[in-house]
Ligand binder design. Sequence first.
Ligand SMILES: Nc1nc2c(ncn2[C@@H]2O[C@H](COP(=O)(O)OP(=O)(O)OP(=O)(O)O)[C@@H](O)[C@H]2O)c(=O)[nH]1
Ligand SMILES: [Mg+2]
Length: 339
Amino acid sequence: MDLTTVSGLTEAVQAGNRRALARVISHIENNTELAMPLLAALYPRSGRAHIIGVTGAPGTGKSTLVNALAGIYRQNDLTVGVIAIDPTSPFSGGALLGDRVRMRDLAGDPGVFIRSMATRGSLGGLAQATADVIMVLDAAGFDRIIIETVGVGQSEVEIASAAYTTVVVEAPGLGDEVQAIKAGVLEIADIFAVNKADRDGADRTVMALKMMLNLGAPEKFQVMHHGRMLPVNLPEAENLPQGWTPPVIKTVAISGEGADTLFEAIENHRLYLEQSGGRILRDRLRAATELRMILRDHLLKDLLARTDPAALEALVAAVARRELDPYTAVRQLVHENDG
Ligand SMILES: Nc1nc2c(ncn2[C@@H]2O[C@H](COP(=O)(O)OP(=O)(O)OP(=O)(O)O)[C@@H](O)[C@H]2O)c(=O)[nH]1
Ligand SMILES: [Mg+2]
């Protein structure tokens, strides 16, 4: 197969060719001329994978947990793609994870594909590149795709919005749970994992989370899941059953304890989404998020390409000198480029 052409690469990716997969991802990350035709060719082949987001504060054990989860998926004959978005992730450094033996098993296993993506470039850029790589892994036939992100900032929420099931990882003694709720964790969590349950305080963290969930009318969050930042009108949202309360699961990622329960919870959530129509709603939300992301990027690039750099510079200077407010400056920019 010719791995230099769009059709050759597309075919090879679908046939499970690893080298082709790595090449396609490089094209996307480097935004080469082949990137867009490749994405266009692969998109219709995607849409089958279940996408799982794993997020939480630094050092809570996300990578170790993802590793344990991937092992369980393999035991269940399901293939797994892992995308780690974090420069400090052990996945990127090539360092071995907690369970060395299992990791070595995963490393040589064609049913697992691990890729890390650096948090470089603009926020929208990374979120978009991540969405593209997820789509490629999906088209390549991976049954489950796990994305690891750190924290719950806006960019992470954007990245996490690509997931159908979001697992928020907490660890005992790592910061104040109330703080985590403020950061918007309740809105995005479908499942909580309280990792490092071999340490003191895990039960307290579990109780605190359960209390928050009772206070927080979770069914409301479930319906608008990821949609809070996305004011789209979706009639489906009104007909959705509201039956999911995020389970709180204790895990010890280094030994794999509790990972099977987490696996079951994820699969239960997947079934819940399918049976309740939630998957269709999330597909609409994902499409809306992605369209907006690409549109924003496209319009900005397009406008900047048509703008005289000197004129832009003059506007920037005028705003800096307070002779012009930024809103008027933008209106001038947009109108000057009309027609
Ligand atoms: N005691 C204990 N340590 C754990 C557990 N899970 C992970 N660790 C350790 O915690 C440290 C961080 O684990 P990682 O898996 O790298 O955590 P992470 O959340 O991916 O970290 P970042 O990606 O840097 O945010 C490592 O030293 C792990 O061995 C656990 O269940 N119990
Ligand atoms: Mg990590």
